[in-house]
Design a protein around this ligand. Structure first.
Ligand code: PMM
Length: 291
């Protein structure tokens, strides 16, 4: 298996391909593997550097899916996209699925439980040598809203991710594999997400690349609530706000942003990067593609 360095700066443009019937904003759209591969290729053509393939919903309240079902959903899609040269990340909490996906061609393991759900995950990822997203996580989807209780959400979430990192490293992963993620919307209220979002640059103290997943999340829906009724903006109408969030994340040095609709985000992030690239000496552009 090949080793991929994670120290590249991608700046935006990880894109989400949910092969689930029940994800909160696009569940059920890409259950057919052929359609899912086509959609993933279209994402790559629209400038996604990474396509994140997931077979289990993590929306609040979601229940676990049997492992066989999850494998059947994701593996043909990972294989199909990798065969076409797309850098695929596998969104899973299960070591068995991470290993099978890497064998099928995935180049990144994205674990929303940051290695805490499956004790074999860190060792499996360590063996694979692939970049490993360690996201801040406090508890299962069906209880996570009750766990959003913080004094200082920024300090506490970062300290908890640092502990998750120590745990995965002592269980077999290499620290150089780790990408950190504050886990927006996971055991976080709207205020918590807002505070985390305002302080993304503080995460660089962990010394690892930062991935951020604001796409269509509840805090954006509530921020854009209808002025008359107070109703949150529906999930599918949050892509412009997601692009704005991606720009703010990129300006705070995020390595990648996980989004559903890539074109608007990719364009916005390129515009954000342009003045910096202009100021950088020739040949030192801070925007580099990952493939
Ligand atoms: N959010 C979701 C799923 N996977 N992975 C990472 N690393 N970070 C996130 O914020 C994240 C994730 C939930 O969103 P979805 O249901 O739209 O996929």
């Amino acid at each position: 298996m090949s080793r991929r360095p994670v120290a590249r700066r991608v700046r935006g443009r990880g894109q989400v391909l949910d092969v689930t019937p029940d994800s909160f904003s696009d569940g059920g759209s890409w259950l057919d593997p052929g359609r899912a591969v086509e959609h993933g290729l279209a994402m790559a053509a629209r400038d996604a550097d990474i396509v994140d393939v997931g077979g289990e919903s993590t929306r609040p309240g979601a229940r676990r899916v049997p492992v066989d079902e999850e494998l059947a959903r994701v593996l043909p899609v990972v294989r199909g996209l990798a065969r076409e040269g797309v850098l695929v990340s596998i969104d899973t909490m299960r070591a068995e699925e991470a290993e099978s996906a890497v064998d099928a061609g995935a180049g990144i393991v994205n674990d929303v439980r940051g290695g805490l759900a499956d004790e074999r995950m860190a060792k499996a990822v360590g063996r694979s040598g692939m970049p490993f997203v360690v996201m801040h996580w406090r508890g299962q989807s069906y209880v996570m809203d009750d766990l959003a209780d913080y004094g200082d959400v920024v300090a506490e979430a970062a300290a908890e991710v640092a502990r998750q990192m120590d745990a995965v490293v002592s269980a077999g992963a290499d620290p150089a594999q780790v990408i950190v993620d504050p886990g927006l919307g996971f055991a976080k209220g709207r205020e918590d997400d807002g505070e985390l979002f305002a302080a993304l640059d503080s995460w660089h103290a962990l010394g690892r690349p930062l991935l951020v997943g604001p796409s269509r999340k509840r805090f954006l829906g509530e921020l854009l609530a209808d002025r008359a009724t107070g109703e949150p903006r529906p999930a599918r109408e949050r892509d412009d706000a997601t692009a704005a969030a991606a720009v703010l994340a990129a300006a705070q040095g995020a390595w990648a942003v996980r989004v559903h609709e890539v074109r608007a985000t990719a364009d916005a992030v390129r515009v954000e990067a342009a003045p910096r690239a202009r100021r950088a000496p020739a040949g030192q552009s801070s925007v580099r593609r990952s493939r």
